[in-house]
Design a protein around this ligand. Structure first.
Ligand code: KIV
Length: 272
Protein backbone atom coordinates (compact mmCIF):
# COMPACT_ATOMS: atom_id res chain seq x y z
CA UNK A 1 0.00 0.00 0.00
CA UNK A 2 1.44 3.39 -0.95
CA UNK A 3 1.19 6.42 1.33
CA UNK A 4 0.65 10.09 0.35
CA UNK A 5 3.97 11.75 -0.46
CA UNK A 6 4.97 14.86 1.46
CA UNK A 7 6.73 17.50 -0.69
CA UNK A 8 10.33 18.12 0.29
CA UNK A 9 12.23 21.02 -1.30
CA UNK A 10 15.44 19.41 -0.12
CA UNK A 11 15.59 15.93 1.34
CA UNK A 12 17.60 15.82 4.57
CA UNK A 13 18.58 13.03 6.93
CA UNK A 14 15.66 14.17 9.11
CA UNK A 15 13.23 13.90 6.16
CA UNK A 16 14.19 10.24 5.76
CA UNK A 17 13.42 9.42 9.38
CA UNK A 18 10.14 11.35 8.99
CA UNK A 19 9.30 9.34 5.84
CA UNK A 20 9.80 6.14 7.79
CA UNK A 21 7.53 7.25 10.61
CA UNK A 22 4.87 8.37 8.05
CA UNK A 23 5.11 5.04 6.22
CA UNK A 24 6.38 6.70 3.03
CA UNK A 25 8.94 4.53 1.22
CA UNK A 26 12.33 6.05 0.38
CA UNK A 27 13.79 5.89 -3.14
CA UNK A 28 17.55 5.82 -3.64
CA UNK A 29 19.64 5.42 -6.81
CA UNK A 30 23.33 5.70 -7.59
CA UNK A 31 25.04 8.39 -9.69
CA UNK A 32 28.69 9.12 -10.30
CA UNK A 33 28.58 12.05 -12.73
CA UNK A 34 26.77 15.35 -13.32
CA UNK A 35 24.58 14.33 -16.29
CA UNK A 36 23.21 11.16 -14.70
CA UNK A 37 22.77 12.86 -11.31
CA UNK A 38 20.70 15.63 -12.91
CA UNK A 39 18.30 13.04 -14.35
CA UNK A 40 18.16 11.02 -11.12
CA UNK A 41 17.48 14.17 -9.10
CA UNK A 42 14.94 15.55 -11.59
CA UNK A 43 13.00 12.27 -11.44
CA UNK A 44 12.33 12.92 -7.76
CA UNK A 45 14.64 10.30 -6.25
CA UNK A 46 15.01 10.98 -2.53
CA UNK A 47 18.64 9.96 -2.08
CA UNK A 48 21.52 9.85 -4.56
CA UNK A 49 24.25 7.44 -3.55
CA UNK A 50 27.69 8.13 -4.93
CA UNK A 51 28.50 4.47 -4.44
CA UNK A 52 31.91 2.88 -4.57
CA UNK A 53 30.22 0.72 -7.22
CA UNK A 54 31.75 3.47 -9.41
CA UNK A 55 34.79 1.21 -9.21
CA UNK A 56 32.89 -1.44 -11.22
CA UNK A 57 30.53 0.71 -13.26
CA UNK A 58 32.75 3.66 -14.20
CA UNK A 59 36.25 2.17 -14.04
CA UNK A 60 35.59 -1.47 -14.99
CA UNK A 61 37.23 -3.03 -11.93
CA UNK A 62 36.02 -6.44 -10.78
CA UNK A 63 35.45 -5.26 -7.19
CA UNK A 64 34.87 -2.03 -5.29
CA UNK A 65 38.26 -2.27 -3.57
CA UNK A 66 40.51 -0.28 -5.94
CA UNK A 67 38.62 3.03 -5.96
CA UNK A 68 40.44 5.78 -4.04
CA UNK A 69 39.27 8.60 -1.80
CA UNK A 70 40.37 11.16 -4.41
CA UNK A 71 38.34 9.38 -7.09
CA UNK A 72 35.27 9.24 -4.84
CA UNK A 73 35.63 12.98 -4.18
CA UNK A 74 35.81 13.66 -7.92
CA UNK A 75 32.63 11.64 -8.60
CA UNK A 76 30.79 13.11 -5.60
CA UNK A 77 31.57 16.73 -6.44
CA UNK A 78 30.12 16.22 -9.95
CA UNK A 79 26.95 14.73 -8.44
CA UNK A 80 26.59 17.48 -5.83
CA UNK A 81 26.59 20.13 -8.58
CA UNK A 82 23.53 18.43 -10.13
CA UNK A 83 21.48 17.55 -7.05
CA UNK A 84 18.91 20.22 -6.29
CA UNK A 85 16.52 18.15 -4.15
CA UNK A 86 18.07 14.79 -3.28
CA UNK A 87 20.23 14.05 -0.27
CA UNK A 88 23.70 13.09 -1.56
CA UNK A 89 25.37 10.23 0.33
CA UNK A 90 28.97 9.34 -0.51
CA UNK A 91 30.64 5.98 0.12
CA UNK A 92 33.87 6.04 2.09
CA UNK A 93 36.05 3.73 -0.02
CA UNK A 94 37.84 0.61 1.14
CA UNK A 95 40.94 1.45 3.17
CA UNK A 96 39.86 4.98 4.09
CA UNK A 97 38.15 4.21 7.42
CA UNK A 98 38.85 0.67 8.64
CA UNK A 99 42.30 1.09 10.15
CA UNK A 100 41.55 3.64 12.88
CA UNK A 101 38.88 6.16 13.90
CA UNK A 102 41.14 9.18 13.32
CA UNK A 103 41.79 8.17 9.75
CA UNK A 104 38.07 7.50 9.30
CA UNK A 105 37.29 11.01 10.47
CA UNK A 106 39.98 12.55 8.23
CA UNK A 107 38.50 10.70 5.21
CA UNK A 108 34.94 11.73 6.04
CA UNK A 109 36.02 15.36 6.48
CA UNK A 110 37.72 15.31 3.08
CA UNK A 111 34.50 13.99 1.48
CA UNK A 112 32.37 16.68 3.12
CA UNK A 113 34.79 19.58 2.50
CA UNK A 114 36.01 18.72 -0.98
CA UNK A 115 32.86 17.27 -2.58
CA UNK A 116 30.06 19.09 -0.76
CA UNK A 117 28.26 15.75 -0.16
CA UNK A 118 25.71 15.66 2.64
CA UNK A 119 26.57 12.37 4.38
CA UNK A 120 28.90 9.39 4.19
CA UNK A 121 28.21 5.66 4.05
CA UNK A 122 30.39 2.96 5.65
CA UNK A 123 30.23 -0.83 5.51
CA UNK A 124 30.23 -2.98 8.65
CA UNK A 125 28.98 -3.30 12.20
CA UNK A 126 30.72 -3.54 15.54
CA UNK A 127 34.19 -3.77 13.93
CA UNK A 128 33.91 -0.12 12.86
CA UNK A 129 31.86 1.18 15.80
CA UNK A 130 34.56 3.59 17.04
CA UNK A 131 35.08 5.03 13.54
CA UNK A 132 31.33 5.57 13.13
CA UNK A 133 31.16 7.34 16.49
CA UNK A 134 34.17 9.55 15.71
CA UNK A 135 32.66 10.67 12.39
CA UNK A 136 29.24 11.30 13.98
CA UNK A 137 30.86 13.30 16.80
CA UNK A 138 32.24 15.68 14.19
CA UNK A 139 28.68 16.38 13.00
CA UNK A 140 28.90 14.29 9.84
CA UNK A 141 25.81 12.16 9.15
CA UNK A 142 26.55 8.47 8.66
CA UNK A 143 24.60 5.79 6.78
CA UNK A 144 25.49 2.20 7.66
CA UNK A 145 25.65 -0.79 5.29
CA UNK A 146 25.14 -4.38 6.47
CA UNK A 147 24.48 -7.79 4.94
CA UNK A 148 26.47 -8.26 1.76
CA UNK A 149 29.19 -5.65 2.11
CA UNK A 150 31.16 -5.69 -1.17
CA UNK A 151 34.31 -4.21 0.40
CA UNK A 152 34.63 -7.54 2.30
CA UNK A 153 34.10 -9.71 -0.77
CA UNK A 154 37.39 -11.56 -0.31
CA UNK A 155 36.31 -12.51 3.22
CA UNK A 156 32.91 -13.79 2.01
CA UNK A 157 34.29 -15.39 -1.15
CA UNK A 158 31.02 -15.01 -3.09
CA UNK A 159 28.23 -12.49 -3.75
CA UNK A 160 25.49 -14.87 -2.50
CA UNK A 161 22.76 -14.00 0.01
CA UNK A 162 24.07 -13.23 3.51
CA UNK A 163 22.71 -13.96 7.00
CA UNK A 164 20.79 -17.12 6.09
CA UNK A 165 22.22 -18.82 9.15
CA UNK A 166 21.04 -17.92 12.65
CA UNK A 167 24.45 -16.78 13.94
CA UNK A 168 25.04 -14.27 11.15
CA UNK A 169 21.40 -13.09 11.29
CA UNK A 170 21.77 -12.44 15.03
CA UNK A 171 24.97 -10.45 14.51
CA UNK A 172 23.28 -8.42 11.79
CA UNK A 173 20.37 -7.55 14.12
CA UNK A 174 22.81 -6.46 16.83
CA UNK A 175 24.87 -4.42 14.35
CA UNK A 176 21.75 -2.61 13.10
CA UNK A 177 20.80 -1.73 16.67
CA UNK A 178 24.35 -0.58 17.39
CA UNK A 179 24.35 1.70 14.32
CA UNK A 180 21.01 3.16 15.37
CA UNK A 181 22.25 3.73 18.94
CA UNK A 182 25.49 5.32 17.71
CA UNK A 183 23.41 7.88 15.79
CA UNK A 184 23.39 6.73 12.15
CA UNK A 185 20.44 8.16 10.18
CA UNK A 186 19.82 5.07 8.00
CA UNK A 187 21.24 1.66 7.11
CA UNK A 188 21.51 -0.11 3.76
CA UNK A 189 20.77 -3.84 3.95
CA UNK A 190 22.11 -5.73 0.97
CA UNK A 191 21.14 -9.24 -0.17
CA UNK A 192 19.64 -10.73 2.99
CA UNK A 193 16.42 -12.78 3.39
CA UNK A 194 13.30 -10.59 3.15
CA UNK A 195 11.94 -11.91 6.46
CA UNK A 196 15.08 -10.91 8.34
CA UNK A 197 15.21 -7.48 6.65
CA UNK A 198 11.58 -6.80 7.64
CA UNK A 199 12.29 -7.84 11.20
CA UNK A 200 15.27 -5.48 11.38
CA UNK A 201 13.29 -2.59 9.84
CA UNK A 202 10.53 -3.09 12.39
CA UNK A 203 12.92 -3.23 15.30
CA UNK A 204 14.62 0.14 14.83
CA UNK A 205 13.46 3.73 14.26
CA UNK A 206 15.93 4.72 11.54
CA UNK A 207 15.18 3.77 7.91
CA UNK A 208 16.43 0.52 6.41
CA UNK A 209 17.08 0.87 2.69
CA UNK A 210 17.12 -2.51 0.98
CA UNK A 211 18.81 -3.93 -2.09
CA UNK A 212 17.82 -7.54 -2.57
CA UNK A 213 16.16 -7.40 0.86
CA UNK A 214 12.47 -7.59 -0.07
CA UNK A 215 9.74 -5.00 0.38
CA UNK A 216 9.28 -5.08 4.14
CA UNK A 217 11.97 -2.40 4.54
CA UNK A 218 11.66 1.40 4.46
CA UNK A 219 13.11 2.09 1.03
CA UNK A 220 14.94 0.63 -1.95
CA UNK A 221 18.23 1.30 -3.71
CA UNK A 222 19.47 0.10 -7.08
CA UNK A 223 22.52 0.86 -9.17
CA UNK A 224 21.15 3.18 -11.86
CA UNK A 225 23.18 1.65 -14.69
CA UNK A 226 21.69 -1.77 -13.80
CA UNK A 227 18.05 -0.64 -13.58
CA UNK A 228 18.40 1.19 -16.90
CA UNK A 229 19.79 -1.96 -18.51
CA UNK A 230 23.10 -0.30 -19.45
CA UNK A 231 24.88 -3.28 -17.94
CA UNK A 232 23.84 -6.74 -19.07
CA UNK A 233 26.27 -9.17 -17.50
CA UNK A 234 24.84 -8.67 -13.98
CA UNK A 235 21.52 -10.47 -13.46
CA UNK A 236 20.66 -10.99 -9.80
CA UNK A 237 17.07 -11.98 -8.99
CA UNK A 238 16.43 -8.69 -7.14
CA UNK A 239 17.19 -6.49 -10.14
CA UNK A 240 14.26 -5.02 -12.07
CA UNK A 241 15.32 -3.53 -15.41
CA UNK A 242 13.15 -0.58 -16.40
CA UNK A 243 14.87 -0.10 -19.78
CA UNK A 244 17.19 -2.01 -22.03
CA UNK A 245 19.61 0.82 -22.76
CA UNK A 246 22.50 -1.47 -23.63
CA UNK A 247 20.66 -2.65 -26.74
CA UNK A 248 19.02 0.71 -27.46
CA UNK A 249 22.33 2.58 -27.25
CA UNK A 250 24.13 -0.04 -29.30
CA UNK A 251 21.59 0.20 -32.12
CA UNK A 252 21.66 4.04 -32.04
CA UNK A 253 25.47 3.98 -32.29
CA UNK A 254 25.40 1.39 -35.07
CA UNK A 255 22.98 3.59 -36.96
CA UNK A 256 25.30 6.60 -36.48
CA UNK A 257 28.29 4.60 -37.80
CA UNK A 258 26.25 3.49 -40.83
CA UNK A 259 25.11 7.08 -41.47
CA UNK A 260 28.69 8.38 -41.33
CA UNK A 261 29.94 5.67 -43.70
CA UNK A 262 27.08 6.33 -46.10
CA UNK A 263 27.72 10.12 -46.02
CA UNK A 264 24.12 10.47 -44.80
CA UNK A 265 25.25 12.34 -41.67
CA UNK A 266 25.49 15.30 -41.54
CA UNK A 267 22.83 16.30 -44.03
CA UNK A 268 22.26 19.81 -45.39
CA UNK A 269 20.29 20.89 -42.30
CA UNK A 270 22.98 19.67 -39.97
CA UNK A 271 25.77 21.91 -41.27
CA UNK A 272 26.61 25.64 -41.48
O1 KIV B 1 28.18 1.21 -4.01
C1 KIV B 1 26.97 1.02 -4.17
O2 KIV B 1 26.41 1.23 -5.26
C2 KIV B 1 26.20 0.51 -3.04
C3 KIV B 1 24.79 0.09 -3.29
C4 KIV B 1 24.75 -1.19 -4.01
C5 KIV B 1 23.99 0.06 -2.04
O3 KIV B 1 26.70 0.43 -1.96
Amino acid sequence: MSVAKKEYKRVTTKSLVEMKSNGEKISMLTAYDFTMARIVDGAGTDVILVGDSASNVMAGHETTLPITLDQMIYHASSVVRAAKRALVVVDLPFGSYQSDPKEALRSAIRIMKESGGHAVKVEGGKEIKESVKRILNAGIPVMGHLGLTPQSIYKFGTYTVRAKEEEEAEKLKQDAKMLEKAGCFAVVLEKVPAKLAKEVAESITIPIIGIGAGNGVDGQVLVTHDMLGMTHEFNPRFLRRYLNLYDDMTSAMKQYCDDVKAVDFPNENEQY
